[in-house]
Design a protein around this ligand. Structure first.
Ligand code: ADP
Ligand code: MG
Length: 263
């Protein structure tokens, strides 16, 4: 990680205006930054505005106030400097793994041979060797998410945005994906901003965890995670890890419980 600030979020507000219904204040005055090469996670109760913030950072929706800067430059629409991975995979079902991973490059006008070579590199990094010519429906959920991550990385973004990428996976697959994401991050040194509702996932992966409070979403606390790297799953049993997870859970427990009652 360097000291250079890669992503800066300045005073972001978001109010959703709705016809014939009260408007929803989703975010209020969010200020945060992520350093080049840093891995930061955001946790918070459901409805605390996490996805809204990520979509604003990606440029998919406009904030009501404030701005987003990448390397000091304001951005207000999607661009190749940011790549997003969602909970539900967004692979093209009629394209093979290699064509899916190469897709963004092809769209950007990269020559086919070059796009395929780059795609192959990220297929290897994502541990998908041997599945290049499979179609999405022939892969498990975990493998499809690896293809999504490979595809996001193939366009060489400065920032990888991940919105609950493993939420649809079973617990064992999720843990394996966590260790794989760590090794991908170690190898590519990308700046990562991850949203998750799994506190242990956030602590395990991150250099820093940002805790949101709900309605409107605001930053309640930022928690540096100084646990040593490289990290393996055994770390989750260490007292320091358990203590951090417990601390974060106490910060959001009341809101999570209130959310369960509401839904
Ligand atoms: P999270 O990802 O933390 O669960 P979201 O960012 O999805 O939260 O949502 C934050 C709040 O904004 C919620 O109350 C949600 O209902 C509301 N919201 C999100 N998108 C829209 C929209 N397009 N129109 C109206 N309200 C929205
Ligand atoms: Mg969300």
């Amino acid at each position: 990680m360097s000291d250079a600030i890669r992503l800066k979020v300045e005073k972001i507000d978001k109010v959703f205006k709705r016809r014939d219904k009260p408007s929803v204040e989703a975010l209020r005055s969010i200020d945060m930054s992520v350093a080049e090469g840093e891995f930061v996670s955001i946790v918070g109760a459901s409805g605390s505005g996490k996805s809204t913030l990520l979509r604003i950072i990606d440029g998919l929706i406009a904030p009501s106030g404030g701005r987003v800067l990448v390397d000091g430059r304001a951005v207000d629409k999607p661009g190749p400097d940011r790549a997003m991975v969602f909970q539900q995979d967004s692979l093209l079902p009629w394209k093979t793994v290699v064509d899916n991973v190469a897709y963004g490059l092809t769209l950007a006008g990269t020559r086919r041979a070059d796009a395929e070579r780059t795609a192959q590199r990220f297929i290897d990094i994502a541990g998908l060797q041997g599945f290049e010519h499979h179609y999405p429906h022939q892969l498990s959920g975990g493998m499809r998410q690896r293809v999504n991550v490979a595809r996001a990385l193939a366009v060489n973004p400065k920032i990888l945005l991940l919105d609950e990428p493993f939420a649809a996976l079973d617990a064992q697959t999720r843990e394996i994906m966590q260790t794989e994401l760590l090794s991908i991050w170690q190898e590519t040194r990308k700046t990562v901003l991850l949203i998750t509702h799994q506190i242990d996932e956030a602590v395990f992966l991150s250099d820093r965890v940002i805790v949101f409070s709900a309605r409107p979403g605001t930053i309640r606390e930022e928690i540096p995670v100084t646990l040593p790297r490289p990290r393996t799953l055994e770390l989750k049993r260490s007292p320091a890890f358990v203590e951090l997870v417990d601390h974060i859970w106490k910060l959001i427990e009341a809101e999570v419980r209130a959310g369960i009652k509401q839904s």
